[in-house]
Design a protein around this ligand. Sequence first.
Ligand code: G3I
Length: 379
Amino acid sequence: MMTRREWMRQAAGAAAAAALPTVLTSSGHAASDKEATPGAGSLKAHAAARGLLTGCAVNANLFRDDPAFRQLLAEQYSIVVPENCLKFGYLRPTPDTWNFADADALVSFAEAHSMKVRGHNFVWHEALPNWFASTVNKDNARKFLVDHINTVANRYKGKIHSWDVVNEAIWIKDGRADGLRSSSPWFQMLGPEYLDLAYRTARKADPHALLTYNDYGIEYDTEDDTKKRDAVLRLLRRMKAAGTPIDALGVQSHIHTGDSSFAKGTRELLDGARSLGLQVFITEMDVNDDGVASDDIAVRDQEVAEVYRNYLNAMLRGPEVKAVLTWGATDKNTWLNNGPKFHPKHPTRAERPLPFDADYKPTPAFFAIRTSFDEAKRR
Ligand code: G3I
């Protein structure tokens, strides 16, 4: 357990180190004059030049235990989002106890380093605690949902750039005409209006946070993604027409190698958001390379980088896109390595989906992301 003094000393060290693009200089990739300016080569510097925020999901264990990881965050990113520690089940070990320690630590760190924070998430069908099914029912679900949002939103009021108020509410396989995920416990207890209730409650609790709807599987031109994208855009249109407060669409962007067919998909997302006056955030980007046959790291990394470049170039055509976050920063921690089911063709091969490898060296994806920022119009 670190004492407060040790923690302060480490944090101060990280802040000083953050002034230098150590990650780049140590890789030997970035020796140009431009990068003699402190921090000039960082993702956040290139993003800021185009009016963009850039960030990543933060794993609480890595954040707590690894000063080099905290240094990487401070050096490279202007926005962070907790990977898990703001989820309902993580925050609430029992119905009446709260576990805010990890989220508090990340929010303080972000404040100390002038970074913004995304909140993920208030309402989701996953990551619910074990006690949920036996405790929450049709009679008290409304109170649980409203109390949960009020408690969490109030604690971080004024400190959150944007909240994923509802996450992944569309699931075509459930067979409803409106595409809503009827298997979600929130839907089953409260019906389709649980979404409007969540957004109205969040707006009242923290009027300054941008209220976001976040989903995945909506990016490609494929039939499945087109159906889901249509349903998401219909949901947003329906909520806007009902006067439900919503400011942004979060496009998770968990994509993969071997398919760069997102010209139509990304255009429809951007057009749809623009027509509703919504901002767009790329909230959880990573590139799964299970489809690359070669085991050669250089070949795999190159394919991943190309997908980053193609996708970001397509999305950043739209001035609606204001933030680009990856789901993790380093291949040391990625949900894609949480089991072989996420990479069935190469079950024993570790995924390399992020801009920094497991040793925190920038991968070709890092340079592809920076180039895409450079090629984007200023917003
Ligand atoms: O906390 C327990 C720990 O006590 C236990 O020892 C360990 C053993 O497996 O499990 C730990 O919980 C895991 C948790 O991550 C923290 O590591 C859960 O089993 C695991 O299911 C959970 O996975 C997370 C998943 O969401 C579900 O909440 C992933 O880390 C996280 O990357 C993933 O993120 C989601 C976004 O929230 C929404 N969009 C998709 C994205 C990827 O699936």
